[in-house]
Design a protein. Structure first.
Length: 308
């Protein structure tokens, strides 16, 4: 009930900020009915249109919402995203300039596992000119209708949509100075996400190879030249990750405490282990579980072309 009440307060705040709040809910019928009882007067609460066939149900929900609304400027957010009225106003203003706007996320509150994920965000910001991959974006409805459907049979659907817009020639605003709050997952959900996030990275061959090699290289160095050399190697990796995180924190200081940078080596170690866990799912199950389905692709047809 606390979660339902939190959503109700959030939807009311968005409505008071002038938003049309449309919640596309893929819950089982009994859960949907309870959600309707609490949210029904605060938002437009609908089921997912069954005409959309994609394996990733969230993609079906997005297309359902786009079809049902007449609003030109649409903001899409995962269920852990929290906009403020000021965030909404800025997104609307940016959508006057761009056809799709991709902001950044930050975690609040910050449990220890949230700090590891926040360090991942900083590492991405430190390496990628377009910043970290957020769980939200804004786009023009007319542009979505023009570019058509993106690949919905993938795990990494948020970025697949962005890259589909890129491939179709839409103007993209990579708002690396625009930060939207993201709630951290529960510890249990965070554990469940470890191999999935690593699986999503398989298309990034250099990154996947790097993380696959980190631990074996350390073991090889210890075997050939001893523990001190292996420890020096580990220390070098740790220092490099901290420096990259500091670089990524530039311009994001109000949203990322400085201590987050020192969690970067722990995230690197976690991903180096999780990549093997993800490899197990790829070898044994030929995909990764998503709800009651197994999805084979981490990313889709527009990933590489969109990056280029």
């Amino acid at each position: 009930m606390a979660e339902l009440a939190d959503f109700a307060n959030y939807f009311q705040m968005l409505a008071e900020a002038g938003c049309e709040v449309l919640v596309v809910d893929g819950s089982p019928p009994n859960v949907f009915a309870e959600n309707e009882r609490v949210w029904g007067k605060l938002c437009r609460h609908v089921t997912v249109d069954p005409q959309y066939p994609y394996l990733n149900g969230k993609v079906n929900g997005i297309h359902t919402g786009v079809a049902l609304t007449d609003c030109e400027r649409i903001i899409v957010g995962d269920d852990d995203i929290r906009y403020t009225p000021e965030n909404v106003a800025r997104m609307v203003a940016l959508l006057e300039q761009y056809e799709l706007v991709r902001p950044q996320n930050y975690f609040k509150p910050l449990p220890w596992w949230g700090r590891l994920e926040a360090a991942r965000m900083l590492l991405n910001r430190g390496i990628l000119p377009t910043g970290d991959y957020p769980g939200t974006c804004g786009f023009r409805r007319s542009t979505m209708l023009r570019v058509g459907h993106y690949d919905g049979d993938v795990l990494f659907d948020n970025e697949e949509m962005v890259r589909h817009f890129v491939v179709k020639g839409a103007s993209i605003g990579y708002a690396t100075d625009f930060f939207i709050q993201k709630l951290p997952p529960t510890l249990q959900k965070w554990w469940e996400q470890r191999p999935r996030q690593a699986y999503e990275d398989f298309v990034m061959r250099f990154k996947t190879t790097l993380f696959l090699a980190l631990i074996p290289v350390g073991i090889l160095l210890a075997w050939l030249w001893g523990t001190k050399v292996a420890l020096g190697y580990g220390l070098g990796v740790a220092i490099a990750s901290i420096l990259i995180a500091f670089k990524g924190r530039s311009g994001a200081e109000p949203f990322f405490p400085i201590n987050i940078c020192f969690f970067a080596p722990l995230w690197v170690m976690e991903r180096s282990l999780s990549i093997y866990w993800a490899g197990y799912w790829w070898l044994v199950h030929k995909g990764y579980p998503f709800g009651d389905k197994v999805i084979a692709k981490g990313t889709g047809r527009d990933w590489i072309a969109g990056a280029r």
